[in-house]
Write a protein that binds this ligand. Structure first.
Ligand code: ZN
Length: 294
């Protein structure tokens, strides 16, 4: 089944929910970056959480989540935007894609140890005006908890965030998540009910591997809270890099450096760190960039 996101509300509109199946999205990210198992779990959870939050973007808004930690992964980032057809596009990056460490005591990927302690930075850029930026210390480094901590700090609302990536040596088997946020006016028993349901249900990835849809995930976490479905979105790996952006990055090196490159290198390669696409410019093409300074 193709990846989807589904938004909804529950408990008479006092809970806002989004669920997503992101198996293909995480699989494509894993393949493009050659992610080792622990790195794929960390990056997969981050791109899934970012895509889920991306379902609330409007127009040309963009959302970026960056994690800097003292664990071996060091840095990871993901961003989301809306495609012209309304689908959510997302992409991700990590500095150390080869990181693989032993499973934790519960037999799960030890994402917390791979990320370490550090901070989560969330940036939302709007169509006009200054971007919003929020930074929180990492709660556990498990990423779902860290996004919940960010939501509590920035929006003063408790939330339940469940993100998962299930992988075997052949690749990504299932990935997805749920974010349930309390809205003003929510009853205190509602968050307790959501937390109890989240603790009692099978893991998100087990449910997806067994064929659950986004609606099934929302039913599992809301239980008897009364679910009202809003809309569904396609979600896919999309990078916003272009040849023009590569050229402007090269122009940023300055005329002298470009002359040196055009003279010394028969061709220049620049690889996008998010999608791994390599742009190749011939010496003539670099020479044309030099001419723009004249
Ligand atoms: Zn790219």
């Amino acid at each position: 089944m193709a990846d989807r996101l589904l938004t909804a509300s529950a408990a008479n509109g006092t809970v806002s929910l989004v669920a997503g199946i992101t198996t293909d999205l995480v699989s494509e990210t894993q393949i493009r970056h050659h992610l080792a198992p622990t790195a794929s779990a960390a990056v997969g959870r981050l791109i899934t959480g970012t895509a889920l939050l991306g379902a609330s973007l409007k127009g040309r808004e963009k959302l970026t989540l960056q994690i800097a930690g003292d664990g071996p992964l060091q840095q990871l980032a993901a961003d989301a935007h809306l495609e012209p057809n309304g689908a959510v596009g997302a992409r991700a990056y990590t500095r150390n894609p080869h990181i693989d460490i032993p499973l934790n005591a519960r037999g799960k990927f030890d994402v917390s140890a791979a990320v370490g302690t550090g901070q989560l930075q969330v940036t939302k850029s709007y169509e006009v005006g200054q971007p919003y930026q929020g930074i929180v210390p990492l709660e556990t480094g498990e990423i779902g908890d860290d996004i919940a901590s960010y939501l509590l700090n920035s929006q003063q609302v408790p939330s339940v965030v469940a993100l998962g990536v299930l992988a075997n040596p052949g690749g990504i088997v299932a990935a997805g998540g749920i974010i349930a946020q309390l809205l003003p006016g929510a009853d205190e028993t509602t968050i307790a009910a959501l937390e109890a349901n989240a603790a009692a249900m099978l893991s998100v990835t087990t449910q997806i591997a067994e064929g659950a849809t986004c609606e099934d995930l929302l039913v599992a976490i809301t239980g008897t809270l009364g679910l009202h479905i809003f809309r569904d979105f396609e979600v896919a790996f999309k990078c916003r890099c272009t040849r023009e952006k590569v050229e402007s990055a090269l122009l940023g090196l300055g005329r002298d450096e470009l002359v040196k490159i055009a003279t010394e290198q028969p061709q220049t390669e620049a690889t996008c760190e998010f999608c791994k696409h390599t742009y190749v410019l011939s010496a003539d093409e670099v020479g044309e960039l030099v001419a723009r300074f004249d």
